[in-house]
Design a protein around this ligand. Structure first.
Ligand SMILES: Cc1cc2nc3c(=O)[nH]c(=O)nc-3n(C[C@H](O)[C@H](O)[C@H](O)COP(=O)(O)OP(=O)(O)OC[C@H]3O[C@@H](n4cnc5c(N)ncnc54)[C@H](O)[C@@H]3O)c2cc1C
Length: 361
């Protein structure tokens, strides 16, 4: 177990904020975690993963806990389904790579999402039409109210868009391992974000029904590994690599607004055209309850923030939903100041309130 006082957290948050905590504890086993003298530790206590969804707004006065529980085990090799138990401290993408190498479907669309397995179950991470909840079978936790081990089945976790029961009981449960269900059954999901095009341009004809039926005859055509590689290629072209440029991925959630509000935005765009400014089609997704989701990235771009800078912080040129630590020395205040400028301008322009997806600590 590592236990370090006045610890520099800059390598534990992908924004690379140079902040410190009063005490940092990294445990390797659940037993070590259970034995911690909880009440004697500097308060408050916070559990982090890789810090890839966090913005530290200053030094943290309490204790930061981190899991180094790192194991990956196949526990049930059924005919189709395979169960795998994975420690909370495993890098999520290492788990995805392992499933793809084993030819298992289910995790491949979640390739290259930063962070660790424990947080993936808290965040319900998602990308390219997949969410981690779809492959989670259960989550093993410690309940910090009585230190009992609790195993939650997926329906008990109230999963929603980047949401879970854990987020509504902050600090109560520490995820120690996650049980995943993968499958050998041919089940690629290719209709999102250009995956099919990327595969077809590399292997013409591979995503067709004929290729799929060849699989049912035993031929290996499209594999989870190929889908993973295509997604990695797409993500690398659009998103900053945390190893090169600090960020926490998508900074804002995509707002959901009423249809009437959406139609007013469309009318305003038409009005701009009348005023000689080129009107843009407003991208949107109609939701089943009649509301409309509008990409925050579009609004931020439309307000002119692509590439905007504040101190060392910048709106990422290739994806305006991302704020980056451009200089490498950005202060939390630079990021917050840019965030506030964006929120105010989007509110003023579209009457829409943006909310950060990144957790401010
Ligand atoms: C470049 C980039 C791209 C990204 N792309 C995506 C994407 O495509 N899709 C997506 O969904 N997200 C994406 N993210 C966001 C981020 O990767 C996820 O939110 C990830 O799950 C965070 O994991 P982490 O280990 O870094 O957790 P942290 O950021 O350290 O923590 C996140 C939350 O989980 C809690 N937590 C962490 N570990 C535990 C534990 N063991 N038990 C209980 N609570 C815990 C923390 O207290 C905190 O509330 C991206 C981030 C970056 C930097």
């Amino acid at each position: 177990m590592k236990r370090i006082e006045n610890y520099d957290l800059s390598s534990h948050n992908t924004f690379r904020m140079k902040v410190r905590c009063a005490l940092y504890i990294e445990y390797e086993t659940v037993e070590e975690l259970q034995k911690l003298p909880w009440k004697e530790l500097p308060q408050p206590i916070m559990h982090i993963g890789a810090g890839s969804n966090l913005l530290f707004t200053g030094d943290f006065p309490g204790t930061v806990l981190h899991s180094a529980v790192k194991f990956m085990k196949f526990v049930d090799m059924g005919l189709d389904d395979v169960l795998m138990t994975v420690g909370s401290g495993v890098v999520f993408d290492d788990f995805v790579a392992r499933t793809c190498e084993a030819g298992l479907w289910g995790a491949e669309n979640l390739s290259l999402i930063p962070g660790e397995v424990g947080a993936s179950a808290v965040q319900n991470i998602g990308a390219y039409g997949a969410e981690v909840k779809d492959i989670i079978s259960g989550v093993v936790c410690l309940d910090t109210t009585d230190w009992s081990k609790t195993v939650f089945k997926t329906p008990e976790l109230a999963y929603g868009y980047r949401d879970s029961m854990f987020k509504h009981n902050k600090g109560r449960y520490i995820v120690t391992s996650v049980l995943f269900r993968l499958t050998r059954k041919y089940s690629p999901r290719l209709d999102y974000g250009g995956i099919r095009n990327a595969l077809e341009s590399q292997y013409p004809g591979i995503t067709t029904a004929a290729a799929a039926s060849a699989v049912s005859n035993g031929a290996h055509v499209l594999t989870p590994r190929m889908v993973r590689d295509a997604i990695i290629g797409i993500r690398r072209a659009k998103l900053p690599d945390p190893a090169e440029k600090g960020s926490a991925g998508s900074f804002f959630k995509n707002p959901v607004i009423s249809r009437e509000h959406f139609e007013n935005i469309v009318k305003a765009e038409a009005g701009r055209a009348a005023a000689g400014v080129p009107a843009l089609e407003v991208p949107h997704f109609d939701l089943p309850d009649g509301t409309v989701k509008v990409p925050a990235a579009w609004m931020i771009d439309r307000c002119g923030f692509r590439g905007a800078e504040k101190g060392g912080a910048k709106v990422y040129e290739k994806q305006p939903l991302v704020i980056v630590n451009e200089s490498g020395n950005a202060l939390p205040g630079d990021i917050i100041s840019l965030e506030q400028d964006i929120i105010s301008k989007v509110r003023e322009t579209f009457g829409v309130e943006l909310h950060p997806e990144v957790e401010h600590v």
